[in-house]
Design a binder for this molecule. Structure first.
Ligand code: 13P
Length: 250
């Protein structure tokens, strides 16, 4: 059985003072322990997340990292730094990193290999643009991304991976993919993992949907067979919404 996993992606939101308030509010929530919960904060908020979330079952992580452990890489943070602060997750290959900051599949693959080397749980994002969806090329696009991103990733590591399917046109737009469309792509991704690895690996890998997930639509999405969780932007910035997302079963 795959454990459901709801992760907040705060993106470039929350100063340290704001983060303190949000984290303190989250700490007060009674969250379903059968659901894995985490927040991926700006790097500057990670120490405060470590401090405030200690003793809770909310994990935390980064939104990106370099693949090297240290060195002359101005502006970057490393897997060692994430581990040292107690982070367990790292989001890799988010469409904003790909589109705004020019990250390509080769770089994302190097980061993914490094994240596994450092015992972090990567959340690997993939997803098509609106043009690709309109041209019915979404499967082709996601397949190409995943084949390249997963190069040299071992069978044992793939079982620990979280894949987040995030159609770009649904991110921050209020347009959620229909639960059926999201399920169809998550099923496609699971089949792809079966083809590239094994049936066992496909059964183990967790696949999230991301894109305008909110309390009002989380139940329908999570009811789908191949959707194991959500990667949530906007709605993760409010403690009540995040609570409702994690507690979607009850
Ligand atoms: P929204 O939930 O704000 O649409 O963002 C989705 C996302 O990009 C999560 O990584």
């Amino acid at each position: 059985m795959r454990k459901p996993v709801i992760v907040g992606n705060w993106k470039m939101n929350m100063t340290v003072s704001e983060a303190k308030n949000l984290l303190a509010d989250l700490k007060e929530k009674r969250l379903d322990t059968e659901v894995e919960a985490g927040v991926c904060t700006p790097a500057i908020d990670l120490p405060i997340a470590a401090e405030i979330l200690e003793g809770t079952n909310i994990g935390f992580g980064g939104q990106n990292m370099h693949f090297e452990e240290s060195g002359a890489f101005t502006g970057e943070i490393s897997p060692t730094m994430l581990k040292d602060v107690g982070a367990t997750y790292v989001i890799l290959g988010h469409s904003e990193r790909r589109d705004i900051f020019g990250e390509d599949d080769k770089l994302i693959n190097e980061k993914l290999l490094s994240a596994f080397d450092h015992d972090l749980t990567p959340i690997l994002c993939c997803g098509e643009s609106l043009e690709e969806r309109e041209a019915n090329k979404q499967e082709e696009r996601v397949k190409a991304q995943l084949e390249a991103d997963l190069k040299d990733i071992s069978e044992s590591d793939i079982k620990k991976l979280i894949i987040a399917y995030e159609p770009i046109w649904a991110i921050g737009t209020g347009k959620t993919a229909s639960a059926d469309d999201a399920e169809a792509m998550c099923a496609f991704i699971r089949n792809l993992v079966a083809e590239l690895y094994s049936k066992e690996a496909a059964e183990a890998v967790r696949i999230q949907y991301g894109g305008s997930v909110k309390p009002a639509n989380v139940k329908e999405l999570m009811a789908k067979e191949n959707i194991d969780g959500a990667l949530v932007g906007g709605a993760s910035l409010k403690a009540d919404d995040f609570e409702a997302l994690v507690n979607h079963r009850g």
